[in-house]
Design a protein around this ligand. Structure first.
Ligand code: ADP
Length: 363
């Protein structure tokens, strides 16, 4: 099956001071699901609309296998597109909606209805086949839209925030459905979302976009462990990585020390070797890297301002002067807003970022 190949794609809307998408290149293998994530306005929908042929690109090329898609109208691209708002035909029953693509292709009625029933069963909507879209829930409509897309056997799937209007329970169920589809159908899939948790759950790889520029493309694990810059570090994770801006100073014995208003610590030998003294550095620490510590051994101190309980754990939000950070603790923690808290961490767990783009320093 064909892979998606996107080369140097660019979009500049008329009159816009900066491009909505800049020099975007990506290969998506057949059977690969790539999630595209970023804050609102970063260019995610623009990218997907260009792939679907709903928006003309300013520059670049899109291929699906040997076929050049650039310039083709949407109907000739052989793609299934799923939006946040379901795209069912309102005057047709669920069954007719499911079978609609097959009808357009000239498939005989008995066979297309049989396929419609089979996919409805897979998606758990077989009892709704006779109903109109207005007579079923939002989640059921999205299932029907997904079923219709699957029956068309497209060369690739494009999802544009298809789950964002659903309640949490329904979102989880449909996410599983999309994962099942992904296991079964060996075509490229692109899934756009503003929800980093959803991107990490669904994507074989995840692209992080910010202001029209690709910041990183990597596996979910890599993105979490080794973010390419401070933006990715803080965007990925719930809450994201804590960032501390400071400088590298030299101790009297010649070793290096990171100094910032909230946090100071002695660099490891590997970190010392990678960084010049007197450089501006941003230190990144995941909330789970912080451990409670006595006042005497604490590397970070501050007042607990909020406590967020989750299943089996909690996140404490701590204020230290002008700097705030988050720390993950077990459910047996004892802390309340207003309490003083001290924290320490393994210096080797730290991410370091430097330079104008606050890019990762590889050790
Ligand atoms: P996202 O999907 O990540 O929220 P979009 O792709 O919708 O972002 O938008 C990216 C940028 O392009 C934004 O700055 C947005 O305001 C701008 N934009 C989107 N659509 C248009 C349009 N039709 N005309 C002009 N600017 C647009």
């Amino acid at each position: 099956m064909a892979a998606f190949s996107i080369r140097n794609l660019e979009k500049r809307y008329p009159g816009a001071p900066v491009p909505a998408l800049r020099d975007f290149s990506l290969e998506v293998g057949s059977g690969e699901l790539v999630a595209i994530v970023g804050p609102s306005g970063c260019g995610k929908s623009t990218l997907l609309r260009m792939l679907a042929g709903l928006e003309a690109e300013t520059a670049g090329e899109i291929r699906l296998g040997e076929r050049v898609l650039t310039g083709l109208p949407p109907k000739d691209r052989d793609l299934a597109l799923m939006f946040q708002s379901y795209t069912l035909l309102p005057h047709l029953s669920v069954e007719e909606n499911l079978a609609f693509g097959l009808k357009l292709r000239g498939e005989p009625r008995p066979s297309r209805l049989e396929k419609a029933r089979a996919i409805a069963k897979t998606l758990g909507i077989e009892s709704l086949l006779r109903r109109l879209p207005s007579e079923i829930s939002g989640g059921e409509r999205q299932r029907a839209a997904l079923g219709r897309a699957i029956l068309r056997s497209p060369a690739a799937f494009l999802f544009d925030e298809p789950l964002s209007s659903l309640d949490a329970q329904m979102r989880l169920q449909l996410r599983v459905e999309i994962q099942r589809l992904h296991q079964r159908v060996r075509v490229p899939m692109l899934f756009v979302t503003h929800d980093q948790g959803e991107a990490l759950t669904l994507g074989d790889r995840v692209v992080v976009l910010d202001r029209g520029v690709m910041q990183q493309v990597a596996s979910p694990e890599e993105l979490y462990r080794r973010p390419a810059n401070a933006f990715v570090a803080s965007f990925i994770g719930a809450p994201g990585m804590n960032l501390f801006k400071g400088r590298i100073e030299t101790n009297e014995n010649g070793s290096a020390r990171f100094v910032s208003p909230a946090l100071s610590y002695d660099l490891t030998p590997a970190q010392t070797a990678a960084i010049k003294p007197h450089t501006a550095i941003t230190v990144g620490l995941r909330p789970e890297h912080l451990r409670r510590a006595d006042a005497s051994e604490a590397l970070l101190r501050g007042e607990v301002t909020a406590v967020e309980r989750q299943a089996g754990q909690a996140t404490l939000y701590v204020q230290s002067g002008d700097v705030s950070f988050a720390a993950r603790v077990g459910e047996d923690f004892s802390a309340r807003p207003g309490d003083f808290s001290g924290w320490t961490f393994d210096p080797a767990a730290v991410s370091l970022f430097a330079g104008p783009g606050e890019t990762r320093i590889d050790l």
